[in-house]
Design a protein around this ligand. Structure first.
Ligand SMILES: Nc1ncnc2c1ncn2[C@@H]1O[C@H](COP(=O)(O)OP(=O)(O)OP(=O)(O)O)[C@@H](O)[C@H]1O
Ligand SMILES: [Mg+2]
Length: 327
């Protein structure tokens, strides 16, 4: 059964379309991911679904309630972890949770019981009475997720939950997210621009770029679209065109001086490709071989990589052209 249902959801900021008619469903009990680079429209989508901003057109239901007509009901049924940290660093972990519970008018008994429960779930019981400013980045993130669980939400929205954390901490957060999905049965809608995160965590992933969902499926099916191994050639000169004519090359995607070739048994094709390059007078600077990743899927649909888009937007924000960025 679908617990989130999104139809033609659109958001404009003046004449800029940040979210451009997206349609998708999230099934009850699922971990669903929106994967895309900076500025793709992920946070804007979440903000509409959690009823913080109204859509320009289209609509959605969350846990059976309409995001426009039934905002209060939607809010009762959801938990939210924002992209930007929203903890009071001068309070302890327990105090942060208590403050949140009072905002939701939770009665005392329930409050104490829930705080104990979510602290345990987040593995923060021992740190509960320390100031949040003394928490590590990963602990702060776990506390925020714990707070999102205080009122036992049907759907938990996580906007880039591991942004900026180191690899080990990210792994721990992933385990924690999986645990609460499995044990509490919480449906999770997560946004990320980390391919590995979407791949590892999500049952299904919508790949988002420039306000649109360009592909949506299980990570496995998305990667199967690429089919074979991916050989990336860095070319010093020449045209990637002729490579596409080889019978063992299933697909080519060129970007800049790189060309990605989809081939079966890639390691065996590399010598053949080198010979072919030489016969064409193409100079190859480097060769790389990998199994298809969601980055390859993104590249195939958009002609660019998530990394490239992110670097570009960081560049823009450094020279002050961007209106607003995450962090
Ligand atoms: N309040 C606003 N006013 C004007 N433009 C906005 C506003 N909020 C977002 N945008 C623009 O909408 C686009 C989508 O932004 P959004 O924050 O949804 O992207 P995102 O996918 O969450 O990116 P990130 O990975 O950087 O968090 C961006 O170009 C952004 O600058
Ligand atoms: Mg965002």
């Amino acid at each position: 059964m679908e617990i989130v249902s999104v139809k033609n959801l659109t958001k404009k900021f003046k004449d800029f379309t940040a979210v451009d008619g997206i349609t998708f469903d999230v099934q009850e009990g699922e971990i669903f991911g929106l994967l895309g680079p900076n500025g793709a429209g992920k946070t804007t989508t979440i903000r509409m679904l959690i009823t913080l901003i109204p859509p320009f057109s289209g609509g959605a239901t969350v846990a059976g309630s309409d995001i426009l007509k039934d905002r209060d009901r939607v809010r009762e049924n959801i938990g939210i972890v924002f992209q930007d940290p929203a903890l009071d660093r001068q309070l302890t972990g327990r105090e942060n949770l208590d403050f949140h519970a009072r905002m939701y008018n939770m009665p005392r008994e329930k409050r104490l019981q829930k705080i104990t429960e979510v602290l345990e779930l987040a593995d923060l019981t021992e740190k509960a009475d320390e100031l949040v400013e003394n928490y590590s980045g990963g602990m702060q993130r776990r506390l925020e997720i714990a707070r999102g669980l205080m009122h036992a939400p049907k759907v938990l929205f996580l906007d880039e939950p591991t942004l900026g954390l180191d690899v080990q901490t990210r792994r721990k957060i992933w385990d924690y997210i999986q645990k609460l999905n499995r044990d509490q049965g919480t449906t999770i809608l997560i946004t990320t621009h980390y391919m590995d995160e979407a791949d590892y965590l999500c049952g299904r992933v919508g790949i988002m770029n420039r306000g649109k969902i360009v592909a949506l499926d299980t990570p496995r099916n998305l990667k199967n679209l690429i089919g074979a191994d991916v050989v990336t050639l860095e070319m010093e000169n020449g045209d990637p065109g002729p490579f596409g004519k080889l019978d063992y090359v299933k697909k080519t995607v060129a970007h800049g001086n790189l060309v990605n070739l989809s081939v079966e048994n890639g390691e065996r094709k590399i010598p053949l490709l080198m010979e072919f390059a030489q016969s064409q007078g193409v100079k190859i600077k480097s060769v790389e071989l990998h199994k298809p990743s969601l980055e390859d899927v993104f590249l195939q649909y958009t002609g660019t990589t998530i990394k490239e888009v992110n670097t570009d937007s960081e560049e823009r924000s450094r020279i002050g052209m961007n209106i607003r960025r995450g962090r």
